[in-house]
Design a protein around this ligand. Sequence first.
Ligand code: IDP
Ligand code: MG
Length: 160
Amino acid sequence: HAAAAGPVAVRAEISYVMIKPDGVQRGLVGEIISRFERKGFQLKGLKLFQCTKDIAEEHYKDLASKPFFPALVEYILSGPVVCMVWEGEGVVKSARKLIGATNPLESEPGTIRGDFAVKVGRNVVHGSDSVENGERETALWFGKDGVVAWEPTIKPWLVE
Ligand code: IDP
Ligand code: MG
């Protein structure tokens, strides 16, 4: 924090969260959005989207050398996804907790993957793994103009 400089406009923390094609096909969209809403994060971007190979490969570029990479890209392209931007203090780490461990058999009950999935290749939802990736992935999936700046009127009842 800069001392004494007065209020500084800082962009709040955001996570890029995506319901993968299996989550959409299985009718889990409302359920998953509800979990983030009721936690108290703010929805800043939302769209149903048929993604392209370029975007899927860019999104998962750090995994490009993995043997499962082609199957992963094929999975993400296999149907529409729901792209979301959730905002709030600590949202990146908290979203990962709400989502659960990568392998759904290791995810705790009460997490999204723990409650709704059994296979790592059908694990229903994505969440950014760092603040930096929250920004990077939001820019990749939404571009410059896809995110809406708004504040809920109930915000004083969520954060003091
Ligand atoms: P994350 O989604 O929990 O961050 P990452 O390691 O970043 O997990 O992997 C991205 C995605 O790649 C996973 O969510 C999963 O869909 C897929 N994946 C990861 N490891 C495997 C694997 O061993 N086999 C098949 N798919 C995998
Ligand atoms: Mg990841």
